[in-house]
Design a protein around this ligand. Sequence first.
Ligand code: AMP
Ligand code: MG
Length: 401
Amino acid sequence: MISVDEHRATVTELLGTRPAVELPLADCAGLVLAEDVRAKVSLPPFDNSAMDGYAVRSVDVAGATDDSPVTLPVSEDIPAGRTDVPPLLPGTVDRIMTGAPMPTGADSVVIVERTDGGTGEVRIFADAAPGAHIRRTGEDVAAGTVALTAGTVLGPAQLGLASAVGMDRLAVHAPPRVLVVSTGTELVLPPEPLRHGQIYESNSVMLVAALKALGARVESVRSVADDVEQFRAAIEPRLADADLVVTSGGVSAGAYEVVKDALAGAGVEFSKVAMQPGGPQGCGRWNGVPVVTLPGNPVSVLVSFEAFLRPALLASLGHTGVDRQHVRANLTESLESPKGKRQFRRGYYTHSEGQVTGVVGPRGGPGSHLLASFTQANCLIVLPEDVTEVAEGEEVDVLLL
Ligand code: AMP
Ligand code: MG
């Protein structure tokens, strides 16, 4: 048996680091920058008004109050987007909108609320400090400086900034094309009717969702019979278009273990990992393409995803934080765990205000076929290899999902 950590390291090494690729911004959400982004322009690119109002020379409105307003002619109307703004004529003001370029000669903006809003001439009821309501060139980002560093995860703010400094494409770690394959002669796709002995396929649905959430581009083959020739014929032609193949089922100790039978000796190593659920695992290369083979039980699939694929894939995509958040929590009931294996139990974690540690209770038994209880879980309770019993109230390690 190999340890969970060993297998995780093997899968992480197998997936390696994805090469950089340039993608349009719209395809970069959730991905990781592979190169620094230097601002092509300053942000803001020009001095502009922060408010709707009047661009003025502050000396022209000095002393203006409600009781003794200053009246000045309006020379120009400057909406946002105007590109031919002339210098401010002495002794006049320009009407200006938020985001519009400041005319040279103006050093301040009086907000429209402190005027009568006039267009030919305007009564101004307040003076204006020099620099008031002006957004300065480069105060957010200076042209030529690094706006985003390599390794940044591209969320909405990062993508918005990239566009604001002039980028339409970004170098990111290329999302892998993943082929998900569910094996099992018993598998039927909804809404086909089930015959006795058949079940509806669920593993590929979970894996596709989980992989897509990490940024992978995913295709699936949802049901391959437990027949080596059929398995090879279904998958081999698709290997050229995949950066990673993830299979489920057909890797344990029974007969008709199609994945094992097809791939052992073809570059994939099968091992038993000291964990529950999810013991039977495999990984390697098939015609050069990385393959990770997961067991068939649905809970084992999700736990294996959490233990191996998620961290390995995140690392390959350039993420540095690849682990789920760990917390300690007090168990609401006692649990048992097999000696020598790391047990992952579905759990529900709560943390009330004022509590030092949270509280966690199991959802469902240890059985790896109990998928419904996973839908009620928000965490995995992790019981280490050397633990066989944990009493009610004791602290355990919890992985928040
Ligand atoms: P196996 O590892 O192929 O022996 O599968 C273990 C268990 O998981 C069996 O009860 C299978 O019917 C079930 N199973 C395998 N693949 C799937 C799947 N794609 N969807 C739902 N259950 C599955
Ligand atoms: Mg099977």
